[in-house]
Design a protein around this ligand. Structure first.
Ligand SMILES: [Zn+2]
Length: 417
């Protein structure tokens, strides 16, 4: 909106000046018009640059293998390296999320152009690829893990570094799956990563009787929460199944929401009571905090809501449980915003719609600058969005004869944040 108004103002000012000059207006009129335009531009320029925002980036999977069924969650290794290059050399101050939060809570001043990097869900590739690349660029990060998705296993697995140094062959580096406790401990102790909680089961709940999809061979992996919901305990191996192991194909999927953000509905018991909902949220928040503190030996006071799903009640419970800040904000982490709320910027790949490495770097730079309050960069993002849309249309035409009708269920698919 701001950028549209500014573009309209600049266009109108240019048209006015053009009209005055070409229309043969007197010099005093041209001068008055010029001064008014300059004054407007000076005021508007301040409006277009409003420093103070502190972007917190949100990554998921860093991989070329793409085993995760939520395509928007995957960033290729080349794109990730391009992003790190921008963070390391683009004039930004990359901070630990906990330092950024502590300064905001204390009402202090953040360093110039602050950025923090976070990862959600605890994918194995964060150990295999993200950690070595972050270390190479000297960039700290935070990883949010869900307890039920931490794998069994006592030993850290091979990484990109091991492969590049010839310590293992390429076949020894695995990509699919989740992190184990040994890797999480090594990540935290290595000084690059802080490990913080992302809930126990990363669940969704059905919230009413309306059926919005039916489990099919095409959508069951994307709607994996339907399986997770009835899997007791560890869910880390769910993706290895070729077909749904717990809830069969053809099962109706009802209207739903992130589990910590809504009261659950059940065909027999109806809608969950407020008390039961609050107890469920409290149980998840307490267990997440306690287990990570016990296992990793460090205090935990930041929580990341699975699927970005939260509400005022859940936030109040989080504060009671001992979390100083939680994610799920929709602002820009500016000085006037509630410092207990962290707003994040989801990071994707193929900003122009196809693989174009230089565009990934430029797009990252523009997105960070817009978040930090320089709205001129927004025009570049609009350009990328237009290219992406055009590319999507062309791809759609190319694929039209085999279009997948289950795509109609997409609005309720888990977006994986
Ligand atoms: Zn998540």
């Amino acid at each position: 909106m701001r950028c549209a108004v500014w573009a309209a103002f600049v266009a109108a000012a240019a048209a006015l000046m053009g009209g005055l000059v070409l229309g043969g207006a007197t010099w005093p009129a041209v001068t008055a018009g010029g001064l008014a335009t300059l004054a407007g531009l000076a005021v508007g320029d301040r409006w277009m640059r409003e420093p103070g925002g502190a972007p917190v980036l949100c990554y998921h999977s860093i991989s070329d293998e793409g085993w995760v069924p939520w395509a928007s969650c995957i960033v290729s290794i080349e794109t990730f390296e391009r992003h790190l290059g921008v963070l390391a050399r683009g004039g930004f101050t990359v901070m630990r999320l906990r330092d950024l939060v502590a300064i905001r809570l204390a009402g202090g001043r953040l360093p110039p152009r602050p950025v923090a990097v976070t990862f959600d869900d605890g994918y194995l590739d964060n150990w295999v690829a993200a950690l070595p690349l972050l270390r190479r660029h000297g960039i700290p990060a935070t990883i949010f893990v869900s307890l039920d998705f931490i794998e069994e296993g006592e030993n850290p697995r091979a990484t990109l570094d091991d492969r590049e140094r010839g310590r293992v062959g390429p076949e020894a580096v695995g990509w699919a799956g989740y992190l184990n406790w040994a890797e999480l401990r090594a990540m935290q102790d290595g000084g690059v990563f802080d490990v913080l909680p992302h809930g126990v089961d990363h669940g969704w709940v059905e919230t009413g009787p309306r059926v919005v999809a039916s489990l099919s061979a095409e959508n069951w992996r994307r709607l994996a929460w339907v399986q997770w919901r009835v899997m007791a305990g560890s869910k880390a191996g769910w993706y290895r199944a070729a077909t749904p192991a717990f809830v069969p194909l053809g099962t109706p999927v009802r209207e739903n929401a992130p589990a910590l953000a809504a009261r659950a509905w059940d065909p027999d018991r109806g809608l969950e009571s407020d008390e039961s909902y609050a107890a469920r949220v409290r149980g998840d928040l307490e267990r997440s905090k306690r287990e990570l503190e016990e296992r990793l030996g460090r205090g935990v006071d930041i929580f990341c809501w699975p699927n970005n799903g939260t509400n005022d009640t859940a936030r109040a419970i989080a504060a009671e449980v001992g979390y100083a800040a939680t994610t799920g904000g929709r602002g820009e982490n500016r000085p006037g915003e509630d410092p207990r709320v962290i707003s994040r910027l989801g990071v994707g790949d193929r900003i122009a719609g196809w693989r174009w490495p230089a565009a990934e770097a430029l797009g990252m730079y523009a997105a960070l600058r817009v978040f930090q309050g320089n709205y001129y960069w927004f025009y570049l993002l609009v350009g990328f969005a237009a290219l992406r849309r055009l590319h999507g249309l062309l791809e759609g035409w190319r694929r039209a004869p085999t279009a997948d009708l289950s795509a109609a269920a997409r609005p309720v698919a888990w977006r994986g944040d």
